[in-house]
Design a protein around this ligand. Structure first.
Ligand code: SIN
Length: 513
């Protein structure tokens, strides 16, 4: 694999910090807020605080917050959804540290929904045997939480935000992590630190159909792999059963939260049959991989391109209050809820694999941490349990920050410049060619690495992805778009090679032949 994306032989401007955090979803912001405020932190983000997978999360945060619930039940549901591939010790940490992190968010004034008695409202989603999910703004948990954490973070004097900056590469030396090269404006800069937390989110945009925002192409994972971090289980990609069908191509599909089924909606085919009945003990609330596959089976049987969510058991008033974002979007598209069925189909939603970490977020490279969706802690196994993802951001984001605080590695005092010599390439790739490669890779992934996979198709896809790599590896990459396409190719190859190597169907990895 090519070691660096950029070609430089000489000096870059260098800036010293104690800690670098890449990403401003909930994992990035919450870890930043948990770093000791005597440490100077560079927070790198290619977009803004309102553009991340966390921001768009609707359902909520799973945690044992009711007196009827217990840790054993949450652990059991997580392990069962993970289909035997979870790491039980990591799941235990996730579940047992959940409630204290929710209480921490409450102290930070994250506006959780409460009932008329002043208690937290708690809902249910797929794979959970009981109500266990706290939420904000009805169906706007990600937006409300990210906004509040962002508001606090922007006032912290030790947090220095680099908006609009692209993570190009992670630099390492004999001691471990040494800093990152970013592209900002038209320039490269070297941000130097011995502690780096990657919180760069998911990979959904390597597919044609995804709920993830445009930036989710896995550049943190690709950069970590180039630097020598262990990356694993990339073939374990989750497809959400219910995204809203839209006319024409949308870059990010609108999600219909599983909590809608948690409150009583059911799936029907175009003949009006409630097809999940009798298929699983949890019927419409079976784990996501299972519901997704039954939907695909139904689409094959009926020849339709969609199934329907029937929310008729809820009144219009209840629905609009409980799910204001979904209600507004459906009404905007001409659906009269809750009389009309909501047309839906599965789409890419989440990555279970990623950069391998221990329960303190540590990777195999000293000083390099990962948390949130880009990390592989072992908590999700082959299929993530609903609403464990924001919980993961909190629990492991805080753990990574605390590990750094405990070590308090000292800042570099090493001058204002940094010398680096990478491989030098001259020939660039025209934008039109990058465009066409991007489109082709998305089609390949959609057809060969979806919820139902075929051996021969995966082999052909791998060959083509390797061919694309061969065409790019000796080219000069010098724009964020060129970096993005190269990183997409790296991520696609990791997913496809993982899918080919995993011979047995498990959880979200389902091979028919
Ligand atoms: C949802 O609201 O259905 C999605 C939440 C999640 O991905 O856990």
């Amino acid at each position: 694999m090519r070691r660096f994306l950029f070609s430089v032989n000489g000096q870059l401007d260098a800036y010293d910090y104690d800690v670098i955090i890449v990403g401003t979803g909930i994992a990035g912001l919450y870890s930043a807020l948990n770093i000791d405020d005597r440490l100077q932190v560079a927070v790198i983000t290619k977009a803004n605080i309102d553009e991340s997978n966390s921001y768009y999360a609707q359902g909520g945060i799973a945690a044992v917050m009711s007196k009827d619930d217990n840790f054993a039940g949450h652990i059991e549901d997580t392990l069962r959804a993970g289909a035997g591939l979870c790491k039980p010790e990591a799941v235990k940490v996730l579940v047992e540290e959940g409630p204290e992190n929710i209480r921490e968010l409450i102290k930070m004034n994250v506006p959780f929904d409460i009932n008329e008695d002043g208690d937290l409202q708690i809902t249910r989603e797929g794979g959970h045997h009981m109500r266990r999910i706290v939420h904000c703004g009805g169906d706007a948990t990600g937006r409300e939480t990210t906004a509040q954490l962002g508001n606090i973070a922007l006032t912290r004097e030790n947090l220095h935000f680099f908006f609009g900056s692209y993570l190009v590469d992670i630099v390492t030396d004999e001691k471990g992590a040494a800093g990152v090269v970013i592209h900002i404006g038209d320039d490269y800069q070297f941000i130097r630190a011995r502690n780096i937390i990657l919180a760069t989110g998911g990979i959904g945009q390597v597919y044609d159909y995804t709920t993830n925002p445009l930036g989710s192409i896995g550049d943190g994972i690709a950069a970590a792999a180039r630097a020598g971090a262990i990356v694993k289980d990339m073939e374990l990609v989750q497809f959400h059963p219910t995204t809203l069908i839209s006319d024409g191509k949308q870059q990010r599909l609108f999600l219909i939260s599983e909590a809608v089924r948690g409150e009583g909606a059911i799936l029907r085919n175009n003949r009006g049959e409630a097809f999940m009945k009798g298929k699983h003990e949890l019927a419409d609330l079976a784990p996501r991989d299972i519901v997704t596959r039954f939907i695909i089976e139904e689409l094959k049987k009926t020849g339709d391109n969609k199934v329907y969510l029937d929310a008729g058991s809820m009144s219009r008033e209840f629905f609009s209050e409980r799910f204001p974002t979904i209600f507004a979007e459906c009404e905007k598209r001409g659906l009269h809820l809750t009389d009309d069925y909501i047309p839906v189909r599965p789409a890419q939603h989440y990555l279970m694999g990623g950069i391998v970490t221990d329960t303190d977020g540590r990777t195999n490279i000293p000083g390099l941490y990962a948390c949130g969706e880009c990390a592989e802690t072992g908590i999700h196994g082959a299929n993530r349990l609903a609403s464990n993802s924001l919980l993961e951001c909190l629990v492991f984001g805080r753990r990574a920050a605390r590990d750094i605080n405990a070590a308090m590695k000292t800042q570099f005092i090493a001058g204002k410049e940094f010398s680096i010599s990478t491989e030098m390439f001259c020939e660039t790739v025209p934008v039109e060619e990058l465009n066409s490669i991007e489109r082709e890779m998305k089609h390949i992934m959609t057809s060969a690495a979806g919820p139902v996979r075929h051996t021969a198709e995966m082999a052909a896809a791998m060959e083509r992805l390797d061919g694309i790599y061969a065409g790019l590896k000796d080219k000069k990459l010098d724009t964020p778009y060129a970096f993005k396409v190269f990183n997409m190719n790296a991520v696609c190859r990791m997913i496809m090679s993982g899918a080919i190597a995993r011979k047995e169907s498990v959880g979200s990895h389902y091979v028919v032949d």
